[in-house]
Design a protein around this ligand. Structure first.
Ligand code: NAD
Length: 505
């Protein structure tokens, strides 16, 4: 298909899909169980990156809207949510999930249009989100307290109490999935929520909140849309928010932590990555190439845990470069709404400009581009499409190896021995994830122990799911999501000490 025919066909598909998905929905805030207009009356546009055209107006929130949402969340916490049993809360959330399941196609289409990810992947992610909510409520029901033996005269036990209002700030790369990671845990543990989705992809979360109408008690879940400094900062700086959870970039994560420090608000941070995939000389090269290609190119390289550096042993370097460039060919960009598309456009213009800048940096630094045409010049009205780009002969000190590009750009780095592989793997500020390819079980476990990362995948990549903790070492963050221990991040531990009197008769 010529580039002009492709652009025309994408435009035709998307004009119809935008009409179908967004025309009848108002994307306001969701506060106290209803759609609420922004107090300033201002809106912003969210853009479909496949056609660089607006999808819908969205409420542009500010401190006043955040105040309303926090106050609704506080009342809902006091009046009902914290008093319910985990079983009652589970019943309500399951009912909401049943409704989300019914609307999965609509939510997937909104998310695909908003982010540019292939529709089939967006649908899988909506179903994943349901699983996370269901997982958390099951774990909360199975949660048990403890009794601490302190002798005959003392009775000491532990209560786990919800914090109260949880403020949650989200990025744009996996909106509904990450919403489930955070809101699912907070709600199941008995907290109420004020969520601030990313301004780059707010539609699916806003719609999911609307679908809670008449199921979740009013005020239990609130969504305030808007920009980071206008709607995000007031949430992090709010004295009536008891717990904060943020997923996004390292610089903003640091600001969130600093602001939260003023109120000594506990913070969970899920931040960026520059994750290594280590190919040892005995690896199944074809499998390693396919796995690590999916590890970087899924979601057009816009995954926090993307393996954006491949460390490959010098003996298998040539064979690996051939296999990897062959695997990259399965990830050519296409219309996200068309079946079989594996890679959509980058999610917004800044992403496109950023990836373009880094491709220039890589070339200037002397890396050898062995695959991909680079970032094409866009005409007005064309989407932010970029195909896979592979750099070989990368030195780990280059900027393209140290900085998070967040696009479909792979860096191949060669090593000579085990110690060098581990040193290179750990020689970045991040520590989110890592992959290891080897047939040697002992080597795999040794590397898994030596690499500083919250997740290590052996002969696979991007594995995870409900029950498997996810989070980072070093600058990649603080805390773990998706697992049993996440509930502890949303509860205070209280030790109750009771002195037992002697029986009086
Ligand atoms: P970002 O930091 O620019 O924005 C994240 C969110 O913070 C958005 O909702 C934004 O509006 C808000 N925000 C911006 N400035 C703020 C401020 N001063 N105060 C409060 N809120 C503010 O990140 P992004 O571009 O949306 O997301 C990409 C980043 O997220 C990447 O670094 C990626 O690695 C990371 N990420 C991490 C994980 C993880 O689980 N570790 C998952 C997904 C994405």
């Amino acid at each position: 298909m010529s580039s002009q025919t492709f652009t025309e066909s994408v435009e035709e598909n998307h004009t119809k899909a935008i009409e179908r998905a967004a025309a009848d929905t108002t994307f306001g805030h969701w506060i106290d169980g209803r759609t609420v207009a922004p107090s300033s009356g201002r809106q912003f546009e969210t853009i479909d990156p496949a056609v660089a055209q607006p999808i819908s107006d969205v409420a542009r929130g500010d401190a006043e809207d955040v105040d309303r949402a926090v106050s609704a969340a506080r009342s809902a916490f006091r009046e009902h949510w914290r008093q319910m049993t985990p079983a009652d809360r589970a019943g309500i959330i399951r009912e909401w999930m049943d409704r989300i399941r019914e609307y999965a196609d609509e939510l997937a289409l909104l998310e695909s249009l908003d982010t540019g990810k292939p529709l089939a992947y967006a649908r899988d992610e909506v179903l994943d989100a349901i699983e996370y909510f269901e997982y958390y409520v099951s774990v909360a029901r199975a949660h048990e307290g403890s009794h601490l033996p302190q002798g005959e005269d003392n009775h000491v036990y532990i209560r786990n109490e919800p914090y109260g209002v949880a403020g949650q700030i989200l990025p744009w790369n996996y909106p509904i999935d990450l919403f489930a990671w955070k809101a699912g845990a907070a709600l199941a543990a008995g907290n109420t929520v004020v969520c601030k989705p990313s301004e780059e992809a707010p539609l699916s979360i806003t719609r999911a909140a609307q679908l809670s109408e008449d199921i979740l008690p009013d005020g239990v879940l609130n969504v305030v849309n808007g920009y980071g400094t206008e709607a995000g900062t007031p949430l992090t700086d709010h004295e009536d928010v008891d717990k904060l959870s943020f997923t996004g970039s390292v610089p903003v994560g640091k600001q969130v932590m600093e602001t939260a420090a003023d109120h000594v608000t506990p913070v969970t941070l899920e931040l960026g990555g520059k994750s290594p995939f280590v190919v040892f000389p005995d690896a199944d090269i074809e499998q390693a190439a396919e796995t690590s290609a999916a590890g970087i190119f899924y979601n057009t390289g816009q995954s926090c845990d993307a393996c954006s550096r491949i460390l490959v042993h010098e003996d298998v370097h040539e064979e690996f470069v051939d296999a990897f460039t062959e695997a990259a060919a399965d990830w050519e960009p296409g219309d996200p709404l068309v079946d079989g598309t594996t890679m959509g456009p980058l999610t917004f213009r800044n992403q496109y400009d950023k990836v373009s800048k880094y491709v220039g940096v890589g070339r200037d630094e002397g890396a050898e581009q062995v695959y991909g045409e680079g970032v094409p010049d866009r005409e007005d009205g064309e989407g932010f499409f970029v195909g896979p780009i592979v750099f070989d002969q990368v030195d780990n000190q280059m900027r393209i190896a140290q900085e998070e590009i967040f696009g479909p750009v792979q860096c191949l780095i060669t090593f000579e021995n085990y110690d060098e592989a581990i040193e290179l793997a750990n020689d970045v500020e991040y520590g989110l994830a890592a992959g290891v390819a080897t047939r040697d079980a002992s080597l795999a476990h040794r590397a898994a122990a030596d690499i500083q990362a919250g997740s290590v995948w052996i002969n696979e990549y991007h594995g995870g799911g409900p029950g498997i903790p996810f989070g980072g070492y070093k600058a990649s963050g603080i805390g773990r999501e998706c697992a049993k221990e996440t509930l502890a991040e949303y509860t205070h531990t209280k030790a109750v000490n009771l002195s037992l009197d002697e029986p009086s008769f």
